[in-house]
Design a protein around this ligand. Structure first.
Ligand code: NAD
Length: 261
C-alpha cells in the first residue's frame, strides 16, 4: 500500500514514518508538511524510510492512502484534495470544529475515511471489552473507572476514561449522564445501584493508564490498559491505512478496522 503522511515532521508524523517503514506491505511515498515548514526539501532522517524521500508541501497524488495528523483547520482542504484523487483517508487529527466535521462527512461521500480520536488498538479493544462486559455482567457488578496521567495533563477525567464510561453505559443500555459519578467527597450516602464512578489520578510522567473495575459481592474483575509511548497511536493508524485502501466511500472507526462491526 502506497501511503503519504500529512504532518510528517510533527511528533506523531515521526512515529508514523518509522512505524510505516517497519510494516510489511506499507510503502511511504510522501512526507508532507505545511508550505512554510523549515524542513521542506530536506531528507527525511527516519531509519527505514527510503533514501531520497524529502519533506514536501505538494499534494501526494501517488499515494493510495493519506494519513492526516496535522492541525484541525487544514483538514477540510486535505480532505477535498484526497477526494479529488480518490484516496483512502486516515484522520487522526483532533479538535475539529462543527464546520470541519461537516467536511469529513462530505468527503466520505466520495472516499473511505477512518475517523478515530484515539487510534490505539489496545484502547479500542478495551472499549469493546468494557461494553460487552457491562452488558453480560449486569448492574449487580458495580463499575468504577480509574485513570492515571502525568502531572502536566490539564483536563480530567481523560477523554478515554469518559469513552470507557460511555461504553459501559451503552452495554447497560443507559445514558451516562443519568448514572455518572465524577469522584466522591463528604457524606455521599450509599452507592446507588447502576452508578458508574470515574476517578482521575495525577502524577509523575505516566503516559496514560486506565482501569475499569467490575465489583460484585463475591468477585472483582479489573480490565487495564497502559500506554507507554505515542507509537501505539501510529501503529493503529498504519493498521487503519492498510485496512481502508480500496474500501467503499463512508466513515469508518477503529471498531471497523478491528472487525467489531
Ligand atoms: P504536532 O504539532 O507535533 O505535528 C503536527 C504537524 O502538522 C506539524 O509538523 C505541522 O507543521 C504539520 N502541519 C500543519 N499544517 C499542515 C498542513 N497544512 N499540511 C501538512 N502538514 C501540516 O502535533 P502532533 O502531536 O503530532 O498531533 C497532531 C494531531 O494528531 C493533533 O490534532 C493531535 O491531537 C492528534 N493526535 C491524534 C491521536 C489519535 O490517536 N487519533 C493521537 C495523538 C495525536
Amino acid at each position: 500500500m502506497k501511503i503519504a503522511i500529512l504532518g510528517a515532521a510533527g511528533r506523531m508524523g515521526q512515529f508514523l514514518l518509522s512505524t510505516a517503514a517497519k510494516t510489511e506491505g506499507c510503502e511511504v511515498v510522501a512526507a508532507v508538511e505545511r508550505p512554510d515548514h523549515p524542513l521542506l526539501g530536506t531528507a527525511v532522517a527516519v531509519p527505514g524510510v527510503p533514501a531520497g524521500l524529502t519533506y514536501s508541501s505538494q499534494w501526494p497524488a501517488a499515494a493510495e492512502v493519506v494519513i492526516d495528523f496535522t492541525f484541525h483547520s487544514c483538514v477540510p482542504n486535505n480532505l477535498s484534495n484526497a477526494a479529488a484523487n480518490g484516496q483512502g483517508y486516515v484522520l487522526g487529527t483532533t479538535g475539529l470544529t462543527p464546520e470541519e466535521q461537516e467536511a469529513v462527512h462530505a468527503a466520505a461521500n466520495t472516499i473511505p475515511v477512518i475517523w478515530a480520536p484515539n487510534m490505539s488498538l489496545g484502547v479500542n479493544l478495551l472499549l469493546e471489552l468494557v461494553r460487552r462486559s457491562a452488558e453480560i455482567l449486569g448492574p449487580e457488578y458495580d463499575i468504577e473507572i480509574v485513570e492515571t496521567h502525568h502531572r502536566l495533563k490539564k483536563d480530567a477525567p481523560s477523554g478515554t476514561a469518559i469513552g470507557l464510561a460511555q461504553a459501559a453505559a451503552a452495554g447497560r443500555k443507559v445514558s451516562l449522564d443519568d448514572v455518572a459519578c465524577y469522584g466522591r467527597q463528604g457524606i455521599v450516602g450509599e452507592r446507588p445501584s447502576g452508578e458508574i464512578g470515574i476517578h482521575a489520578l495525577r502524577g509523575g510522567s505516566v503516559v496514560g493508564d486506565h482501569t475499569v473495575h467490575f465489583i460484585a459481592d463475591e468477585e472483582r474483575i479489573e480490565i487495564t490498559h497502559k500506554a507507554s509511548s505515542r507509537e501505539v497511536f501510529a501503529k493503529g493508524a498504519i493498521r487503519g491505512a492498510l485496512w481502508v485502501g480500496g474500501k467503499q466511500p463512508g466513515i469508518y472507526t477503529m471498531r471497523h478496522v478491528l472487525g467489531f462491526e
